[in-house]
Design a protein around this ligand. Structure first.
Ligand SMILES: NC(=O)C1=CN([C@@H]2O[C@H](COP(=O)(O)OP(=O)(O)OC[C@H]3O[C@@H](n4cnc5c(N)ncnc54)[C@H](OP(=O)(O)O)[C@@H]3O)[C@@H](O)[C@H]2O)[C@@H](O)CC1
Ligand SMILES: Nc1ncnc2c1ncn2[C@@H]1O[C@H](COP(=O)(O)OP(=O)(O)O)[C@@H](O)[C@H]1O
Length: 293
């Protein structure tokens, strides 16, 4: 099968309209884990805000409030103790997207948060990463609640948990050509689950349930081995979340999140850690916007 290669000539206009207020650019909610587990969500929140979401609120258990308050300024902060509290937050019409999973936790309370996010308004985007994907893999009822507004961002380990049959087929030696590829696997997973899948790795494949497939290959002049660092996936989830908040489709948000994520790594170079990625966005965005002016 063929896939569209992501390239900057296909980039949407990332400028912000001149006359608009913060909520026109979307309000994103990002859920954090408990005390000592907030780093991954803070990385995602910083990425979502830097990529242009108008407002980002980090929701954390009450016991983690002090820790997060000490670390966040531009990102708003609120408590969210359980699924009912998340449902209340999602009732706010200005909320355009919710992201959960990074260091969220694997207990039933967190599975209930995933359920509440999926049951929110159908026009509200949902980005599910890390522990949220593990909850989906464990619970067929959660899996069945996925919808076209959802974006899942598994690495290979999470993909194998989520879609064991597809992953087994991908891993099996080919008996005859053409071999079943990562493109095929991502397309099949998106169709089976009814949502956008971002299957991460040095080559990241994006597929939607209606059959769109795109590839970002971090090779040759876009080789970005320093992205293999803890937390860089959390930043990617935050970038996709921020682009969804701004109103891009799940497919565009996923494709351009992957592109900008790699651009940030390339702009920083060796020594990159996940914290550095959001701080490279101003330079990367300025270069891309300059192409349009
Ligand atoms: N700063 C922070 O706070 C950070 C917090 N984080 C949080 O930590 C939690 C655990 O996160 P996690 O990614 O380690 O997930 P987990 O579910 O244990 O799966 C990992 C296992 O899957 C497998 N595996 C196979 N292919 C793979 C691949 N390509 N890339 C990676 N793994 C691959 C591999 O198993 P193996 O193949 O080696 O048997 C591996 O052992 C989660 O809540 C996350 O959000 C992190 O985001 C980091 C920054
Ligand atoms: N060798 C590599 N070259 C380019 N990108 C990579 C490479 N390894 C990992 N990545 C990217 O880095 C990110 C890692 O995400 P993930 O595995 O979820 O890590 P974490 O959970 O620690 O944030 C993904 O976006 C993936 O595409």
């Amino acid at each position: 099968m063929t896939a569209r290669l992501i390239d900057p000539d296909w980039l949407p206009d990332l400028r912000k309209p001149r006359i608009a207020h913060k909520y026109s650019h979307g309000h994103a909610l990002i859920l954090s884990g408990g005390p000592g587990k907030g780093g991954a969500a803070r990385l995602a929140a910083r990425a979502a805000l830097r990529i242009g979401a108008g407002a980002v609120t980090l929701l954390c258990p009450p016991a983690a409030l002090a820790e997060n308050a000490a670390r966040l300024d531009a990102i708003m902060l609120d408590t969210c103790a359980h699924a009912a509290a998340l449902r209340e937050q999602l009732a706010d019409k200005r909320v355009r997207v919710v992201l959960l999973g990074p260091a969220l936790g694997l207990a039933q309370d967190q599975a209930d948060l995933v359920g509440a996010a999926l049951a929110g308004a159908s026009e509200c985007g949902v980005v599910l990463d890390a522990d949220a994907i593990t909850h989906l893999a464990r619970d067929p009822i959660l899996k069945a609640a996925l919808h076209t507004g959802c974006v899942l961002t598994p690495h290979a380990g999470e993909f194998a948990r989520l879609c064991p049959d597809i992953a087994a087929r991908l891993d099996a030696p080919a008996q005859a050509g053409p071999a079943y590829s990562k493109l095929d696997a991502t397309r099949d997973a998106a169709r089976a689950l009814g949502c956008t899948i971002v299957f991460k790795g040095p080559d990241t494949v994006i597929a939607t349930p209606d059959g769109q497939v795109a590839l970002h290959a971090a090779c040759y002049d876009r080789a970005a081995p320093w992205l293999a660092t803890a937390g860089s996936g959390d930043v990617l989830a935050g970038m996709i979340c921020g682009l969804l908040a701004r109103g891009y489709t799940p497919f565009d948000a996923a494709c351009w999140g992957a592109w900008l994520h790699a651009d940030c790594a390339l702009a920083f170079g060796p020594g990159l850690t996940a914290d550095d990625l959001p701080d490279m966005l101003p330079r990367v965005l300025a270069q891309l916007i300059a192409r349009l002016e």
